[in-house]
Write a protein that binds this ligand. Sequence first.
Ligand code: C2E
Ligand code: CA
Ligand code: CA
Length: 655
Amino acid sequence: MRREPVKKRKRRKRLDNQRRSNIILWLTCVTMLTAIAGMLYLGVSQKIISSKYNDIVKTDLAKKECMSRISEGLYHHQALIFQYIISGDRSEDGYNLKEESEDVRDGVLSNLDKFGEMVLGQEYESYYYGIYSELKGYFTNIDNVLYFIENGDEETAYYYMNSSLNSYISKVNSRIEEFEKLISEDMAELDRQMDRRTYRSERGIVLILAQVIILSVFSMVTCSKISNQIISEDALTCVNNYEKMQKYCAKLAAQGKFSDYSCVFCNIRDFKMFNNTFGDKAGDHILVEYASQIDMFLKRDERIARNGGDNFIVIVQSERVSLFLSYIKQIEVTVAHGGEQNIVPVESYCGICDIQREDTPGAVFSSCNLALKTARAGGNSNFVWYERKMYDDMKNRKEILTQCQKGMRKNEFVVFYQPKVNMSDNILCGCEALVRWKHNEELIPPYRFIPVLEEEGMIVELDFYVFERVCRDIKEWLDKGITPVRVSVNFSKLHLKDSSFADKILAVIETYSVDTRYIEIELTESSAYDDFPALKEFVDKMKKNSIFTSMDDFGTGYSSLSMLKDLNVDVIKIDKSFIDDIEKGDITHEKMIENVVHMILDLNREVICEGVETSGQADFLKSIQCSVAQGYLYDKPLDHDEFERRLINPEYDIR
Ligand code: C2E
Ligand code: CA
Ligand code: CA
């Protein structure tokens, strides 16, 4: 069965994860909200119920209290009446007993009223009426008892007390007992209800907590899975990232299997061009497809990782590396553009390293990187195997770089000036500033250090160092009363990446107060196809500030004369390689130079030929109206003092 492409497989996984994380997010929110609402509801209702419960208990206790008071009052009242009867004392003492009994009677009745208010409209109301009628009977009879007493008939009074009043009291008491029993049962039932409610609330809280815990654990597990994937995966192509690849290689090394594999660093050739032609989105699509197609070739134990941009690392079994390289040569991607489906072959640069037993992943990656750099530098092949020499070269470059940095601080760089001569009168008409490095008693020519500085970006610093020296020298000559000539200064195309390049040049000119007529900025022809808009903007800004610009090494690249039409440079420098072929008997070549020179002049630009070494070459150039030359025929690059002498004596003694 055909393997599902990595991008589909992983994208599906990622979508699943996205969906899952969205669901988790929603679930978490909903659960949290329900949990909060549930807790609030349970807490509040529990509070309300328990306060209601407390109220009920309180009033029930108050009712019971009333009942006990009534019962106690009755016994007390009865005792006082008995005492009143038995004492037979109808003097003041006896009267006091009667008074006291009436107070007790009032107390009993007021407790009954209180009870009545409390049970009004309740099921207990019947007790109130029952007790009330019994008490009414009791007190009516007491009035009779008192009547008999006051009439001196204690016997009948006593009889009354014993016969009927006791029965009232026992009826009242039995009603009170009944009531107390009922209220105790009700309170016990209420207690049970409260217990049940509390149990239900507690169970609710436990359930909510359990739900929250389960959800938290679930989201933690899922989130850690997703974050693991994010940590180890490239977001665009869904293949492994560099860190994951490093870990995998370390694992192979630990198992002693690393040397069974080869490591290939791949870079897509002219990927920038794809982006420019088809747009960034199509560029992304190419990266995804490229990674996916490589992944389809790989076996289970082989790996691909994206190493940023259009760089990929592949670990492949050593015996399959040739097969892999043949496979990668044939990668094609379908790109939608301009309403059409274009099949685009995607070529790769590859740096390959055969892994040895003692190699660490870090060392292997560095070796592959060096091999890839060599492949990209444009040699014979797009596929380059790592060799020890590359490491030595790299070391050497690093050494040069460090020494250059030191050299710049120690002012070891000096500027030479190569004259430009007007061939019609053989008079010095300009010059080019060329840097030299005075290091350890040796004068090192630019080809030995400029490419390294260019590769590492340090050339930017050196160019401005040279430019400042030139401005300083011009100012010095003017101060000495020597008239200088226009000096062209070389600037690497790397400067065009800096949007403040033009402003920096203007700032230096201002610092040294140099007249712009003495300054010319040389940029190579290759700058034009790296970033034409940036070059055009720069040239226009120079023009606006009356600073000359020239296009160096014209004819060595792919730029055309029609491009010159859009670029406002003042001077075109025809490269030495064209001049070398003059006088070699190739008429077509000479005709071509003639036409190029004429076209440049037609475009109203100055033209200068570099590397003029013979008078024959000079004669030919003169014959085709090219009047300015630079070359050994007139002068080699001269040091400051030699050139100063040339400024004072600008005429050449040539035929
Ligand atoms: P270039 O800008 O094309 O400079 C002309 C080179 O041709 C100079 O080499 C010069 O000495 C050499 N040359 C001139 N006339 C003749 C001739 O008749 N015969 C021969 N055989 N050679 C001739 P140089 O000084 O070694 O510079 C080499 C390159 O280094 C320059 O090529 C330029 O690209 C770069 N360079 C020099 N100085 C600087 C600098 O300050 N900044 C930057 N960015 N590049 C510089
Ligand atoms: Ca130059
Ligand atoms: Ca040149």
